[in-house]
Design a protein around this ligand. Structure first.
Ligand code: FE2
Length: 244
């Protein structure tokens, strides 16, 4: 099975590169399943129902999110309506949506997509290590489930590596998102699980993690409420993890 998972899509530039490239990538890489992390797709902050539809129209099978899941108010009820839209699973009980669900790939095989958020330098959510174990109860890779992938949305590489090693051999791949900076540590762990700390973003890299440089620099230099951050709109690069 061939799976592509696109890193955080940032703003219009990121949407454009994903919408332009996905149909071709699907064909050329013979993809069976596509995940898009869309949490920064709406101007850098969240995602809207309309943007979700655009990603599904060009071939996304599942959209994951992260700490910006709730930035656009009209998306909140959409998490209960649109089952292909996931939020981190370790939000409190009662939060709309889910972060663990099974989807069919293009040949009808079952893919379990897990989506959790780290807690180091991130909002304090429920324990993702215990949460992922709960989500994997009675789920066995290679029995009725053909692939299990985890989009682990977090800041710290240590936390991402720790959860990946904990799951090594039990799931197909752990793919890090959130930092918008691709890491050079793609590897297959000893037990067979694919891993990368961060797949980077789909967005304009002539920027500060996808946002216009000037406002970002101002905010770091002055400890006052800075100018509004806006998504950079130059030519975007698509960064993604390809798992076979
Ligand atoms: Fe994030």
């Amino acid at each position: 099975m061939k799976i592509l998972i696109c890193g955080d899509v940032v703003g219009k530039a990121g949407r454009r590169v994903v919408c332009d490239a996905l149909p071709t990538l699907r064909r050329e890489l013979d993809l069976d399943f596509i995940v898009v992390n869309g949490e920064n797709a709406a101007g850098g902050f969240g995602i809207t129902p309309k943007i979700c539809d655009q990603f599904f129209d060009v071939g996304a099978d599942v959209i994951t999110t992260g700490n910006h899941a709730w930035d656009q108010k009209d998306i909140i009820p959409h998490f209960d309506r649109e089952k292909r839209l996931l939020r981190p699973h370790n939000y409190p009980e009662g939060t709309p949506g889910t972060g663990a669900a099974i989807f069919p790939d293009h040949q009808g095989r079952k893919v379990l997509v897990l989506h959790f958020m780290g807690r180091l330098f991130m909002p304090s959510l429920d324990d993702p290590f215990a949460g992922v174990e709960m989500a994997l109860l009675n789920r066995h890779l290679g029995s009725d489930i053909a692939a299990i992938i985890l989009d682990f949305h977090g800041e710290a590489t240590s936390e991402k590596l720790a959860i990946a090693h904990m799951l090594d051999g039990r799931i197909s791949a752990v793919v890090g998102t959130h930092t918008h900076v691709p890491t050079a540590d793609a590897q297959v762990l000893p037990g067979g699980t694919g891993y990368i700390s961060d797949i980077g973003m789909c967005g304009d890299y002539n920027s500060v993690i996808g946002m216009k440089k000037e406002a970002s620099i101002e905010r770091f230099r002055k400890k006052l409420p800075g100018p509004r951050l806006e998504a950079a709109e130059g030519e975007a690069t698509l960064c993604a993890g390809f798992i076979e």
